[in-house]
Design a protein around this ligand. Structure first.
Ligand code: FMN
Length: 361
């Protein structure tokens, strides 16, 4: 039996994690031409003592590169760039999953390569604006509603990206089903107004997500396939709807049947987002038989409590890992954390505020 503390090892599918500490996925916009590089490899290698690293959101498609300077994993240069990252992390004994993030309607054509377009389940515009390097802030465009054929092609892009991820040396793939990007755009009746078998009922709105999860599992193995979900999240224009509980309960049950390796739950209430009711976390815990990762506003103490109570198997930390490359060591020693977090360099290019945070002497 595995003992549940922050520093006990954990078996995740085929991978043995050194501890229960996960680095949450964080977009950092350092991928010039949407391609990972040695600076990005250095960033992840600095943090490789985590039991599991999850990369920044990475697009499976030219259409999914909605933000400036985010990486993709759909061409050979990107696969070569990611090999630098996986090698650097594995050389330090770490494990790393890639987060596949298709931004869907949250994006701007100016951030996309030639020929790509901003797409979504339906032509429903998100309020707000998107940063573009060439013209600054721009309104989100009205997205192109995926046709039946384009929807199948988009699914195929996820499958190919997952295969590319394995070829690049990743230990697995986390599908970004949270925070209002393409997969969640299918789940929500606000952004999904389709009248075909991918819209309408809970089952229909969940269909795209479940088919992607199933087909990625078929391609790379269910023990390498995972998903991030954000029930009751509101980020990126995701208003609440009456069937939230029904939707996530159904998803948890079906994802468990597919047998994917983990569900990673987002709770951003500590940063002002709506509270995620305890009941839906417990429902997901009960219906989903594999690993559960919890995230959002965790301290070492709160993580220890949730591991020991069995609420979570692993706990993910985001911002603490930005300003503490040696977060695991600090937790182990009970040292204070560097809380000088420079928000102004979250998404700027270069090493400042990225690879230059201090470690313990
Ligand atoms: C700079 C930054 C970038 C982020 N990018 C992503 C992302 O690409 N994908 C994602 O799922 N979450 C993203 N998040 C959310 C984090 O994964 C995490 O859920 C959030 O920071 C809350 O955890 P924390 O309180 O430990 O920071 C991002 C957060 C930050 C601060």
């Amino acid at each position: 039996m595995q003992t549940n503390t922050l520093f006990s090892p954990y078996t995740l599918g085929h991978a043995t994690l050194a501890n229960r500490i996960v680095m949450a996925p964080m977009t950092r916009s350092r991928a010039i031409h949407n391609t990972p590089n040695s600076l990005i490899a250095e960033f992840y290698a600095q943090r490789a003592a985590a039991g599991l690293l999850i990369t920044e959101g990475t697009s499976p498609s030219p259409n999914g590169l909605g933000y400036a300077r985010i990486p993709g994993i759909f061409n050979a240069e990107q696969v070569a760039g990611w090999k630098l990252v996986t090698k650097a992390v594995h050389d330090k004994g770490g494990k790393i999953f890639i987060q596949l993030m298709h931004t869907g309607r949250i994006g701007h054509a100016l951030n996309l390569p030639a020929g790509a377009k901003v797409v979504a389940p339906s032509a429903v515009v998100a309020p707000g604006q998107m940063w573009t390097d060439s013209e600054g802030m721009k309104d989100h465009p009205v997205p192109h509603a995926l046709t039946a054929d384009e929807l199948q092609a988009t699914k195929a892009e996820y499958v190919q990206a997952a295969k590319n991820a394995v070829a690049a040396g990743f230990d697995g793939v986390e599908l970004h089903g949270a925070n209002g990007y393409l997969l969640e755009q299918f789940l929500s009746p606000h952004s999904n107004r389709r009248t075909d078998s991918y819209g309408g009922s809970v089952e229909n709105r969940a269909r795209f997500v479940l088919e992607v999860a199933q087909e990625v599992s078929n391609a790379i193995g269910k023990e390498k396939t995972a998903i991030r979900l954000s029930p009751y999240g509101a980020f990126n224009d995701m208003p609440h709807y009456p069937e939230i509980d029904a939707t996530y309960s159904y998803l948890a049950e079906q994802l468990s049947n597919i047998g994917i390796v983990y569900i990673h739950l987002v709770d951003h209430s500590s940063q002002g987002a709506p509270v995620v009711p305890q009941a839906i976390k417990e429902t997901i815990r009960k219906k989903f038989k594999n690993t559960l990762i919890l995230s959002g506003g965790y301290t070492a103490e709160r993580a220890e409590a949730d591991l020991q109570s069995g609420a979570a198997d692993l706990v993910a930390f985001g911002k603490p890992f930005i300003s503490n490359p040696d977060l695991v060591e600090r937790f182990k020693k009970g040292s204070s954390l560097n809380d000088k977090l420079d928000v102004s360099t979250f998404y700027t290019p270069g090493e400042k505020g990225y690879t230059d945070y201090p470690v313990l002497a």
